[in-house]
Write a protein that binds this ligand. Structure first.
Ligand code: HEC
Length: 180
């Protein structure tokens, strides 16, 4: 019993998050199991048609991105300006629609494509963050996904994300709620 109490006290932050019921990542071997019900999480921002390479905008391929984070990780970030261990950000990819129902102008979010996930797991990943794509080649949703090599995703996120690899500069829900 005594040992157990001591062991817990080594991980006060982890215990606090666990006690708060934060959704934590589930792995199967090397793969991350796709999180569920992220729409119940905290919504922090939406972007449309963003591209990271120069050139003419490919409007035909433009999609919406909706960003969600576990509410407990959000609260920690608001208080401390830091993303706790086991933070997950889900980015939904949604195709735009227009001219449906009474709509004559502008874009609404139409077909759901799938999700990508950014995950901070300090013990598991040497670079702390890892990146996953749950959109299968044929568009079918994947149930599990492998982390990408560092070069594919991490490097750009690390270099250009405004706060700890995360692109908070594009998410009003995080950008405008950092501690002073
Ligand atoms: C050249 C830069 C670049 C690369 C490479 C890149 N991203 Fe991103 N990523 C961004 C930008 C910019 C955003 C924020 C705006 C948006 O796309 O809506 C973003 C946002 C994200 C988010 C939302 C959470 C966050 O961290 O801000 C996820 C999840 C994500 N990317 C996954 C991936 C995955 C998976 C890969 C690799 C297959 C990848 N990204 C590669 C630039 C990049």
């Amino acid at each position: 019993m005594g040992t157990m109490v001591r062991a817990w006290s080594l991980f006060p932050a982890a215990v606090a998050l666990w006690a708060a019921g934060m959704t934590t990542p589930t792995y199967q071997g090397e793969e991350l199991v796709r999180p569920e019900r992220w729409r119940d999480w905290k919504f922090v921002g939406a972007n449309y048609g963003m591209g990271y390479t120069e050139g003419s905008p490919e409007t035909a391929k433009a999609t919406f991105h909706n960003i969600y984070i576990q509410p407990e990780a959000y609260e920690q970030y608001r208080k401390t300006g830091k993303f706790p261990d086991r933070t997950m950000l889900v980015m939904e990819v949604v195709r735009p629609g227009t001219n449906a129902s009474i709509n004559k102008r502008g874009m609404f979010q139409d077909q759901f494509v799938g999700i990508e996930v950014a995950l901070k797991d300090e013990k598991r990943f040497p670079e702390k963050w890892a990146y996953f794509n749950f959109i299968g080649k044929d568009g079918a949703p994947l149930v599990r996904a492998k982390p990408f090599p560092k070069k594919s995703c991490w490097e750009c996120h690390n270099k250009h994300g405004a706060s700890d690899n995360v692109f908070v500069q594009f998410y009003p829900g995080l950008r405008d709620h950092r501690p002073d």
